[in-house]
Ligand binder design. Structure first.
Ligand SMILES: [Zn+2]
Length: 223
């Protein structure tokens, strides 16, 4: 029985993430997306699922700091090595928010969602190529080539968990926007068209207004 509990992902999920806010749950996978060669017990079949394996924003192991490995058959090297430091910063931001409820001027998760929205690049590509362009590609230009080459569709903002080798791009994007501040969100709006532009603008302006209000209230407390 104990073994069954440990290997059923839905049970692990319910048991270990009860304290994570509902709005942050989409970042938690329902099945393991990666593993750590140091921390995952070898030999056990089926291996028990560790909580860490469901954290959809991690690129390094939260226990030992090791680089994580893809849980599936594919073992692709990340094409985003040059963004490694920004990616680690993004990982910390998402970690702080999800695990400790700490935010900076805005929510790192909300930034991640905005970055996964579709955008229309200029010049406008052929219609059957439109699917691959996301806001993130405006910040991490290599993303467009990588996606075109690997024919890998990114997840939607509703479930922002990327395959491990692409994850550094999203994490770096989150870190870059967080550091640049509200003006960057407004700049990114320029890459959107139509309904998506309206949705993006609404979400971004909400984030900016909330940041302004919380800054104002913390200043009030200082007076
Ligand atoms: Zn580890």
């Amino acid at each position: 029985m104990a073994n069954m509990l440990a290997t059923d992902p839905t049970v692990v999920h319910r048991m270990t993430f009860a304290n994570v806010a509902q709005s942050l749950r989409p970042l938690i996978a329902t099945r393991p997306t990666h593993y750590c060669t140091n921390c995952s017990p070898g030999g056990a079949e089926p291996a028990p699922i560790l909580r860490n394996q469901l954290l959809g924003w991690r690129i390094t192991c939260p226990v030992c700091g090791n680089q994580l490995r893809d849980g599936g058959e594919r073992e692709l090297p990340s094409p985003f090595q040059q963004y490694r430091f920004a990616a680690l910063r993004g990982q910390n931001l998402l970690d702080d928010e999800t695990e400790r409820g700490i935010r900076t001027w805005t929510s790192a998760t909300e930034i991640a969602r905005l970055l996964l929205m579709r955008r229309i690049p200029i010049p406008i590509p052929r219609e059957h190529d439109l699917w691959r362009f996301r806001v993130l590609g405006a910040i991490i230009p290599d993303l467009n080539h990588v996606i075109a080459e690997q024919q890998e569709n990114l997840p939607t903002p509703a479930k922002p968990i990327l395959p491990l080798h692409l994850r550094p791009a999203l994490l770096a994007g989150v870190a870059i926007v967080e550091r640049a501040g509200p003006e960057m969100l407004r700049m990114l709006r320029g890459h959107m068209m139509g309904d998506n532009r309206v949705r993006f603008t609404d979400a971004a302006e909400n984030m900016i207004a909330r940041a302004r209000r919380s800054r104002a209230s913390s200043q009030m407390q200082l007076i």
